[in-house]
Design a protein around this ligand. Structure first.
Ligand code: NAI
Ligand code: MG
Length: 365
């Protein structure tokens, strides 16, 4: 039986709740493919920060590097400044492991209503550049407190990093419905985003079979609401991808439904996490929607080479969501984290029956 090392980082708030609900589903789905997930759990997050002054140990990224993939819950704690945890844990992991691309698939689910009258059939993959742009931390603040105080937040865009995200996105478009929309703001931001346009145009020339268009981010915000089915793969910078993917998550039924993965094309480990945070407003009540984490787990199974198990999890999630009795309060139901995850576990399709070759000899065939 193949043993696949997987790191699990439950984190804070609802993170441990949705991760605890997800892990048994992933283990069962892997087992049905004849694989074992060898899980190592890490206590990284706010509690550890309060105890030791650091959200994860200095060699945290190296510890994760020995796994094929990591499942991450969420960080965020009312008693700890957000940037300490977000920078000290998840952004540090993304940067240390050079997780170049953030994948955010969004699709509608039969039985789950959304604020849009007609979101049915929406199926979008947002490919977000994950290491640069507006989130590098370059900049500073001077003259604190004075009227003349200024802050600089410098966006960093580089040719090689844009090109590797673009290649990933075009490959994904080729494997999907063959359409890619690049999201920038090159009319108003004349340096970084004109570089994006130029580099992605060049990459597009290698993919003549993919229909390619450029859309400004403000127009894309409107189009996601008005015509979501006109979109397949969106390629966006760190900031625009972050914002648009929360908007897009609403099309799938809300933040509780939105999975993501951080990957470096062709390398491991990938880090898979819900788009949502630690949701302190509902933490500890057992009502968090586990679907975002379950679907992140399905992406993890794809990443470690178990696409059959990944598809089984998605099929089971669809079956569980089709019955409103399973819906958690964010979906308008009275279900709980454990009842919804339990319904998913129960709906996992049976393991594929291995082909049996008749050997004969007992008079039967
Ligand atoms: P949030 O995503 O935690 O919550 C936003 C709203 O959505 C809340 O009303 C929450 O109850 C609801 N929600 C989120 N996930 C849900 C789920 N699975 N089921 C049902 N309802 C759900 O974002 P917020 O409130 O802005 O941030 C809370 C903390 O999380 C902050 O400390 C923030 O820094 C952190 N955060 C961490 C992230 C990460 O770990 N990657 C991402 C976003 C925020
Ligand atoms: Mg976000």
């Amino acid at each position: 039986m193949a043993k696949i090392p997987v790191a699990v980082i439950p984190g804070d708030g609802i993170g441990p709740e949705v991760v605890a609900a997800t892990v048994p589903v992933l283990v069962a789905a892997a087992a049905r493919e004849g694989a074992t997930l060898a899980i190592t759990e890490y206590d990284w997050g706010a509690e550890r920060y309060l105890r030791t002054g650091a959200a994860m140990p200095a060699d945290g990224p190296d510890q994760v590097r020995s796994a094929r993939a990591a499942l991450f819950g969420a960080v965020g704690h009312p008693g700890v400044p957000d940037h300490e945890l977000v920078w000290g844990l998840i952004i540090r992991l993304r940067q240390a492991l050079d997780l170049a691309v953030n994948l955010r698939p969004v699709r509608s689910w039969p039985g789950v209503s959304t604020p849009l009258r007609d979101a049915e059939g929406t199926d979008i993959l947002i490919v977000r550049e994950n290491t640069e742009g507006e989130y590098t931390g370059v900049g500073g603040r001077v003259r604190p407190g004075a009227d003349a105080e200024i802050a600089l937040e410098v966006a960093v865009h580089s040719r090689a990093v844009i090109a590797r995200a673009a290649r990933y996105a075009f490959d994904a478009a080729r494997a999907r419905r063959g359409h890619l929309a690049l999201v920038t703001k090159s009319n108003a931001m004349r340096h970084g985003y004109t570089l994006w346009d130029a580099v992605v145009d060049e990459v597009a020339a290698d993919y003549p079979d993919v229909r390619y268009e450029r859309v400004l981010v403000d127009a894309m915000a409107a189009r996601l609401v008005q015509r979501p089915r006109s979109l397949d793969v969106l390629l966006a910078s760190n900031l625009f991808g972050d914002i648009l993917s929360d908007l897009a998550a609403v099309l799938a039924g809300g933040l509780g439904m939105a999975p993501s993965g951080n990957v470096l094309p062709g390398q491991s480990p990938g880090v898979f996490e819900s788009v949502h945070g630690s949701a302190p407003d509902i933490a500890g009540r057992g009502i968090a929607n586990p679907v975002a984490c379950l679907l992140s787990g399905a992406m993890l199974l794809d990443h470690v080479g178990l696409p059959g198990a990944a598809e089984a999890v998605r099929t089971a999630v669809g079956a569980a969501l089709a019955d409103p009795a399973n819906h958690t309060p964010d979906l308008g139901g009275a279900g709980t984290t454990t009842t919804l995850a339990g319904a998913v576990l129960a709906a996992l399709p049976d393991a594929p029956v291995p082909a049996v070759t008749a050997t004969g000899g007992n008079g039967q065939s």
